[in-house]
Design a protein around this ligand. Structure first.
Ligand code: PLP
Length: 390
């Protein structure tokens, strides 16, 4: 029995995943496998640190001491062999907020921001919300999986008004860990065309099946010079509700521009609990993470077994990272409304609508694998049963 097998009742905890069931799926009894948090308890060291802090009754403004930054630097060195100076790091309350801040820091209204759909929906939102143009460089589907379309990328980067690229690395939802070769080629195109890169590496720790994450900024000093990296312990250790993330830029101009945004909106105060949780996670929860990754690999294998046995026409990518599975139901020939209704009404599952990741997501749904194995098995069985009845 694994610690991750335990079914923890999240009812009554204000969990978004449960609270939005009726609103999103028209039913409050779907198995919610959508928004990217996990149905697992956070690591014991994190819970201990937070409990200890709870013993003191005052929750006023707090400082982030050197220990906070040292924890981040230690983590990046141990996990990615990346030596980062404390002066390159700036706190922020979330990675999506960072993307919005970057859009404002590095572009003017009407200018273009490049993204690679199918991609995490806020990548569209942060561009449109600030009246910039979404410039799409769709990923290519090949027999080997999703790859970047470099010819088209070169084309969109060469348009002078396209100033910023939001990279998703590893990529949500297709689960790719971009290789050093891919990163170098992409980074060189940006460098030659003076396109700044925001590298969203929030899923960096969740690499599976022996894949190694290589931070974009470690590919070359020239690429580091045009990159702001965004990371957080939130996906890795299930701390999304604590609003704590950080960004890294070795180029002082880029960091200054981002810091200006953070200070401008007074976002730098941060969250007392989030900072403590980050330190406990990074300093004392590495074994927990290794166990988690093994468990997620097992859940992925379980889904593959179901698909091979009962639904061979449903395709999923080889999962290199993340706990999010991009499921291709195009072989069923349903339109998106039929597919969504099938999942919610017939199978009783709350999955993400593929269409929200861009038009490339038609015929797809995204399933969150970070649930106890029995829940994933039940979800797969429900799809199989509903399909047999349909
Ligand atoms: C690629 C990516 N970036 C950012 C986020 C969310 O980041 P935050 O909660 O720090 O805003 C997610 C959550 O799923 C994500 O998948």
């Amino acid at each position: 029995m694994s610690q991750f097998d335990e079914i923890i009742n999240r009812e009554g905890t204000r969990a978004l995943k449960l609270e939005y069931r009726e609103r999103l799926f028209g039913k409050d009894d779907v198995i919610p496998l959508w928004v990217a948090d996990m149905d697992f308890a956070a690591p014991p060291a994190v819970r201990e640190a937070l409990s200890k802090r709870m013993e003191h009754p005052i929750f006023g403004y707090t400082n982030r001491p050197d220990a906070f930054f040292k924890s981040i630097m230690g983590w990046l060195k141990r996990r990615f062999d990346w030596e980062v100076d404390q002066g390159w790091i700036e706190f922020s309350p979330g990675v999506v907020p960072n993307l919005g801040l970057a859009v404002q820091a590095f572009t003017q209204p009407g200018e273009g921001v490049i993204i690679q759909p199918p991609v995490y929906p806020p990548f569209f939102g942060v561009v449109r919300d600030f009246n910039r143009e979404v410039v799409e460089n769709p990923l290519k589907e090949t027999d080997e999986g999703y790859v970047m379309d470099f010819e088209h990328f070169e084309k969109v980067c060469s348009v002078p008004q396209n100033k910023l690229f939001l990279l998703c690395h590893p990529h949500n939802p297709v689960g790719r860990v971009w290789t050093p070769e891919e990163l170098l080629r992409m980074g060189d195109i940006c460098r030659r065309n003076k396109v700044t890169i925001i590298s969203d590496e929030i899923h960096a720790d969740l690499v599976l099946f022996g894949h190694q994450h290589r931070p974009l900024a470690t590919i070359s000093p020239e690429i580091a010079d045009i990159t702001v990296t965004c990371m957080a312990p939130s996906k890795t250790f299930n701390l999304a509700g604590l609003s704590t993330s950080y960004m890294i830029a070795s180029n002082p101009e880029l960091l200054k521009a981002m810091r200006g945004q953070v200070l401008g909106y007074h976002l730098h105060m941060g969250n007392t609990f989030g900072a403590l949780a980050l330190e406990a996670a990074y300093n004392a929860s590495e074994d927990w993470l290794e166990d988690l990754k093994t468990y997620l690999e097992g859940n992925y294998h379980l889904v593959l077994e179901y698909l091979e046995k009962y639904l061979p026409e449903v395709k999923v990518p080889r999962l290199e990272a993340t706990y999010l599975l991009w499921m291709d139901f195009r072989a069923w020939g349903m339109n998106q409304n039929e597919l969504k209704s099938f999942m919610a009404q017939k199978a009783g599952l709350g999955l993400n609508d593929g269409n929200t990741f861009g038009r490339e997501g038609r015929g797809f749904m995204r399933m969150n694998l970070a649930s106890p194995r029995s829940v994933i098995a039940e979800a797969m069985q429900r799809i199989v049963d509903a399909r047999n009845k349909n």
